[in-house]
Design a binder for this molecule. Structure first.
Ligand code: SF4
Length: 399
């Protein structure tokens, strides 16, 4: 708590940037990846050629969140430091933080009830729901808020929808921390409502209801857990605004926006559309750049297969894998340990629901014999040292 009695919230760093720079480089930098970037994003050794996507790995939001967590450890060496959950969806990074004594309130045996005013709590890059934030503020602990600016931009739009009486239709995963946090912004105003749709199929159901109405109870039963308390489709789908989790497939988010806008125009007439419909593109630029870069890689290179690296619960990584799997044999792997041999690989089936490590799939004969060309990209929460270790392993397999 500050001298004024207000909670102490760090949002712009903790004045320890220089002190942690070396440690961050040691933990996440890769000389090999840096060299490959300098050499045109291509690496050849033995019988293998690896093409890296032009944009991959840590985004600006993740960079900043991890930096702030390291700074917090240095600035508060004697205080207990908690993360509300995973800082980003990468097991390697989360384990590095655990090894510094930073505790995760989502871990077994931990509880937010144990947090006191003497503790420091770090909020993750994808933000936290308003009610959870209020709990920590009430406890008077010191907060380090790493919520990414691109997520804040989505919140700004959703807040404006709520203020103006528009329901936020959010393209996202209802259980994802970012989507839960974004949805909570809609509840800041009495008229605020939200509805989360996972994909075009769910958006299609919503569009049908906008156009023709339907079975209200069935709609509520289907979307109850994905909508604001007391959601009434007969009332709350009259004025809608689209938003999205920042890491969704951009093309799908845009299509959903167009679908909803067309449904509104059909129901109320094209002239009345502005009174009933709003949309903002809230995919973050880092997500967009990574999706564009992997599409360019697939267009420009004759690849035998794609490796997509990132946590299995990382939304942006899963979407990179979806883009690739539509075009070519694709393996979504979490880390170098997934590469067992030139014959055997452990990976997450593309399109499968978020899964734990134990439910990975094993494929044999994944690396073709003879000369092989592999495309490689990594989600926004994957550090370069992990990418570098994967390339080294590929080299070993292809000597
Ligand atoms: S993926 Fe985008 S929104 Fe998420 S942390 Fe990175 S830059 Fe921010």
């Amino acid at each position: 708590m500050s001298a004024s009695g207000n909670p102490l919230i760090f949002r712009k760093g903790l004045d320890r940037k220089q002190e942690v720079a070396l440690q961050l480089a040691e933990d996440y930098h890769s000389d090999l990846v840096a060299a490959i970037k300098r050499d045109g994003f291509i690496y050849s050794a033995g019988r293998i050629t690896v093409h890296l996507a032009r944009e991959f790995g840590f985004c600006y939001g993740v960079d900043r969140a991890v930096d702030y967590a390291y700074q917090a450890r240095v600035r508060f060496p004697d205080r207990r430091i908690f993360l509300t959950g995973e800082i980003i969806h990468n097991p390697h990074v989360n384990d590095q933080l655990r090894s510094q004594g930073i505790r995760f309130l989502s871990d077994p045996g931990e509880s937010a009830d144990a947090v006191t005013r003497d503790d420091v709590v770090i909020l993750p890059a994808f933000g936290i729901a308003l009610d959870v934030l209020e709990t920590f503020v009430a406890r008077g602990c010191t907060l380090v808020d790493t919520t990414c600016g691109s997520v804040l931009n989505v919140w700004k739009n959703v807040t404006r929808y709520a203020q103006d009486g528009f329901t936020a239709i959010i393209h996202g995963k209802v259980k994802h921390e970012e989507t839960r946090a974004t949805a909570s912004q809609a509840l800041k105003f009495p008229r605020g409502r939200y509805l989360v749709v996972l994909d075009k199929a769910e958006a299609g159901v919503v569009c049908d209801y906008i156009r023709h109405g339907g079975d209200r109870e069935a709609f509520i039963a289907r979307f109850g857990a994905a909508s604001s308390p007391g959601f009434d489709p007969d009332v709350d789908l009259v004025r809608v605004g689209c938003a999205n989790q920042t890491t969704m497939l951009m093309s799908e988010s845009l299509e959903i926006g167009e679908m909803v806008g067309a449904a509104i125009a059909d129901r109320y007439g094209a002239d009345a559309r502005p009174q009933h419909f709003r949309a903002f593109d809230t995919i973050c630029s880092a997500t967009q750049e990574r999706q564009d870069a992997v599409t360019a890689l697939l267009d420009e290179q004759a690849l035998d297969l794609m490796l997509v690296v990132g946590g299995y619960n990382s939304s942006n990584t899963c979407n990179l894998a979806r883009i690739c799997a539509d075009r070519i044999a694709t393996f979504h792997i979490a880390d170098p340990e997934c590469l067992i041999s030139a014959d055997e690989i452990h990976h997450r089936p593309v399109g499968a629901p978020s899964t734990t490590r134990g439910r990975e799939q094993t494929t044999r004969g994944w690396l073709p014999p003879g000369r092989v060309t592999v495309g490689l990209t990594a989600g926004a929460s994957t550090p370069n040292n992990i990418v570098g270790q994967i390339i080294k392993k590929l080299e070993e397999f292809c000597r």
